[in-house]
Design a protein around this ligand. Structure first.
Ligand SMILES: Cc1cc2nc3c(=O)[nH]c(=O)nc-3n(C[C@H](O)[C@H](O)[C@H](O)COP(=O)(O)O)c2cc1C
Length: 436
């Protein structure tokens, strides 16, 4: 991986990263400097909650139903314990991995997270800059607040992927993928678990869905095919007759502010409202089947990963369908309440993939130890989710950088203290299952 202009993210610079980050914090403390955003993730979340609107915090923190899957994702990790090994000369460690022909400084990426403008006004741009500064791949969300082209422009040659929600329009799918290729994305992650939104009680209680306010639809409003569909067919998928009152006017103003063409033009054209309606009509395709994947396979040479796999049979089908990777994930507990903990699904999916394609992992990753456990159970890399959104809310770009730095350092130290000098040395033998 190439170094960015901002910071040395070369592999050599990653060696002993954990100890250097520790020193930076402790030595900084001597001259009265703070470590940045809180390292304690409970404290970080509670600070984020203070600065976010009620709706924004509910959207990020919330899950489906009684949120038992969110809880289970964390408990799943606690059921595995690390058994450290001694006297292995861990003075120098290599946290790098190879993924799709590219060397990454550490075995993690930032998960695709939509509507980041709810956390911070610089949204995806701040995250893109932070990822570039730290050399960590960003997965652009299909529901981003900023278009992939604008984010890519912040990243120089730093790695990025694109996450796709399969639209009802195949022309739009094709356009998104072509744009991702042109934006230098190195893989396409197709999220399968969100053919419909889960029953998210916190958002329902507030009767708040950001997309209806024009938030998180930048990939669509910046897309030539979407704009063409809008012109040709209008946005009448949801022709709801609503009474105009102060609240609806406020929403119309919000929409006009978000749309690309300029506030006044937007107010008079009514296009932003049409765009939201169009988006609602075509953002997903619940009828999607395994056969549809051939369409994508034929249209891109980029590696395709399927995100949301939890059953080993689906893992095997992914291999049979010619996919290049799997992301074991339950979407951070936002889709199926009562779903299996993502970490409990991991070993069976890894076994099903049988070394044919890499298996990545997310849902519940909070610490270096979590990443270590997932890797020991066969994940090639992990994706960090909510913690970076809280970092963004509290500290913007710098906050995201701090979260990445702390996670990287924590992982490096955990790996070394467990007796491993490289990611390859993290094996199933490093873990035991906690007895009940
Ligand atoms: C606020 C929020 C928005 C998300 N948006 C997307 C998205 O646009 N696309 C996607 O594939 N996953 C999305 N996810 C799921 C994440 O990619 C990831 O699977 C999840 O955050 C992992 O759970 P964790 O953050 O609790 O570790 C979102 C998650 C959150 C919390």
């Amino acid at each position: 991986m190439k170094a960015t202009t901002k910071k040395d993210v070369s592999l050599a610079a990653q060696s002993n990263y954990g100890r250097r980050r520790q020193s930076e914090i402790y030595v900084g403390g001597v001259s009265g400097q703070s470590a940045g955003v809180p390292l304690d993730l409970v404290e970080l979340e509670s600070r984020a909650r203070e600065v976010m609107s009620r709706e924004a915090y509910a959207y990020v923190a919330g899950g489906a139903g009684v949120e038992s899957t969110i809880l289970e994702n964390r408990e799943g990790f606690e059921r595995w314990r690390i058994v450290p090994r001694m006297l292995n000369d861990v003075s120098s460690r290599d946290t790098s991995i190879e993924l799709f022909g590219q060397r990454l400084p550490a075995p993690f990426l930032l998960a695709p997270i939509g509507v980041l403008e709810m956390a911070h006004e610089q949204a995806d741009l701040a995250v893109a800059r932070a990822c570039a500064a730290e050399g960590v791949p960003m997965i652009f969300s299909n529901q981003a607040s900023v278009s992939m082209e604008e984010c890519a422009a912040q990243m120089d040659t730093s790695p990025r992927w694109f996450q796709l929600y399969w639209s009802a329009s195949n022309d739009l799918v094709e356009s998104f993928v072509a744009r991702a290729e042109a934006s230098g994305c190195q893989a396409i992650v197709v999220t399968l678990d969100t053919t419909m939104l889960g029953w998210r009680v916190r958002d329902l209680d507030l009767a708040y869905l950001p997309f209806l306010r024009g938030k998180g639809i930048a990939q669509y409003t910046s897309d030539p095919v979407f704009r063409m569909l809008l012109k040709a067919q209008g946005g009448d998928e949801l022709s709801s007759e609503r009474k105009i009152n102060l609240n609806t006017l406020k929403v119309l103003f919000e929409l006009a502010e978000h749309y690309p063409d300029g506030f006044l033009k937007n107010l008079t054209s009514g296009e932003p409202l049409s765009a939201v309606r169009k988006f609602i009509g075509i953002y997903s395709r619940p009828s999607l089947t395994w056969d549809d994947l051939a369409f994508l396979r034929e249209r891109t040479k980029l590696p395709i990963l399927l995100k949301g796999i939890l059953h080993p049979d689906d893992g095997r089908k992914a291999v049979d369908a010619g996919m290049d990777g799997i992301v074991v994930s339950n979407h951070g507990g936002r889709q199926v309440d009562g779903a299996i903990a993502s970490i409990d699904a991991l070993p069976t999916v890894v076994e099903a993939a049988d070394g044919n394609i890499p298996v990545l992992f997310d849902s519940g990753i909070r610490t270096g130890a979590d990443a270590f456990k997932a890797l020991a159970l066969g994940a090639r890399a992990v994706c960090l989710g909510r913690p970076y959104v809280y970092g963004l809310a509290v500290g913007g770009q710098k906050g995201v950088e701090n979260v990445i730095q702390n996670f990287k350092a924590d992982f490096d130290l955990t790996m070394g203290l467990a007796g491993c000098r490289s990611v390859a040395e993290i094996t199933r033998g490093a873990l035991v299952r906690r007895s009940a």
